[in-house]
Design a protein around this ligand. Structure first.
Ligand code: AMP
Length: 371
């Protein structure tokens, strides 16, 4: 990993830090929040997107660094320019996707908000299970062996964007038949089929919790050496799975007509949960933070999201963690129901990140939140 010592040196050479990110995902919210807190903002942008990012004057970055493609942010000359401009990068989903967690950890010599080691843990299914289930003790969908299918399972393939090729199986025949069909139609390669993993399908309602862990303040729900703040909850719109019921067909008929399920996220909707579920939501977040501190100190810092299904028994089952700002927070550019309860005024996740950097600068503790 790029040594913390080097980041410390770079930070000590910074005069007036600026906030930078790639123009995608939640960048508008991040820039708007940073500007509200008085930071200069820098957008790493492709030419074709500049008009869009200028079309929201309140959120448009103060300056652009133009790249041909987003992964060019890894080029030494772009990194140098970012350092010269005293940039602190806010990582988001597209930043991690385009640059890759491994290369960010090893090659990206620009200060990043949050612990960069977390990116390797969230993007690896086995490691995130070790973190959430074994160490944090969260309930996750059970892993099911192909030889002992005893319940409805969702069959997943590694690296399947938008859940491409995912299907359901309740027994070995359905599993074998589903895999055979997908190989035959070319949707899944024989190689990818070997990575098929079976997970208990958890029936319930999906909620995506937006948390912020701060090691610098104890105002939220106590966790680690600071506290967790719940700043919002969303539900994702996933195409086409969310609308399949409109066809009124059962699984057999869908597959006869060669209609494939997909889970491509197309948008997000706001949500609140029953107030009586909040203690469990906070307690899960605390366990995740405290396990992260043990596994990869100093653990998760800043925004993260637990992606969950709430069962009819009101049990929260977590199927994934995103250890950075999630795009679902874009609903709350003007604050959420929960951030209102925390701040008494509209504060977005983007603004909360900028606040944390400002507080850390004020306390001369920037290196506690920037890695
Ligand atoms: P993933 O590729 O693991 O993020 O899964 C894509 C989508 O499939 C999720 O956003 C959920 O809607 C759904 N999903 C994944 N795993 C499960 C599960 N075990 N039970 C129910 N739904 C799931």
């Amino acid at each position: 990993m790029f040594a913390k010592e080097n980041i410390r040196k770079i930070l000590s050479s910074y005069g007036n830090p600026a906030i930078a990110t790639i123009c995608s995902h939640s960048a508008l919210q991040i820039f708007a929040g940073a500007k509200q807190e008085g930071f200069r903002t820098i957008g790493i942008c492709t030419k074709d997107r500049m008009e869009t990012y200028r079309a929201f004057p309140h959120a448009a970055p103060d300056e652009f660094i133009i790249v041909e493609k987003f992964s060019d942010a890894l080029k030494p000359e772009v990194q140098k320019e970012l350092r010269e401009k005293n940039a602190i990068i806010i990582p988001h989903g597209s930043f991690v996707e385009y640059l890759g967690p491994g290369r960010i950890e090893r090659e990206f010599e620009v200060p990043i908000f949050g612990n960069r080691a977390v990116l390797g843990w969230e993007s690896d299914r086995e490691k995130s299970r070790l973190w959430l289930e074994k160490n944090a003790g969260l309930r996750m969908p059970a892993k099911v062996s192909p030889d002992k299918i005893d319940r409805l399972c969702i069959v997943k393939f590694d690296g399947a964007k938008g859940g491409r090729g995912y299907f359901f199986a309740s027994d070995r025949n359905e599993l074998d038949e589903g895999i055979r069909q997908r190989i035959e139609s070319g949707m899944v390669s024989e190689e990818a089929a070997k990575t098929a993993s079976l997970q208990e399908y958890v029936l319930g309602t999906r909620y995506y919790f937006h948390y912020f862990y701060t090691p610098l303040s104890g105002k939220g729900f106590p966790a680690g050496e600071g506290s967790v703040e719940l700043l919002g909850i969303d539900r994702r719109d996933e195409s086409n799975i969310d609308e399949l019921h409109r066809l009124g067909m059962d699984g057999g008929e869908l597959s006869k007509r060669k209609i494939n399920l997909s889970y491509t996220v197309t948008g997000n909707q706001p949500a609140v949960i029953r107030e009586s579920l909040l203690p469990a939501a906070f307690s899960d977040a605390r366990k995740v933070v405290e396990a992260s501190i043990k596994l990869f100190p100093p653990g998760i810092v800043g925004p993260f999201c637990l992606e969950t299904v709430c069962t009819p028994n009101l049990e929260i089952v977590t199927f994934e963690v995103s250890a950075r700002i999630v795009a679902g927070t874009n609903i709350y550019a003007d604050g959420s129901q929960y951030s209102h309860l925390f701040f008494g005024k509209p504060v977005s996740m983007g603004q909360r990140i900028a606040q944390e950097i400002k507080i850390a600068i004020g306390k001369n503790m920037l290196e506690k939140v920037v890695y």
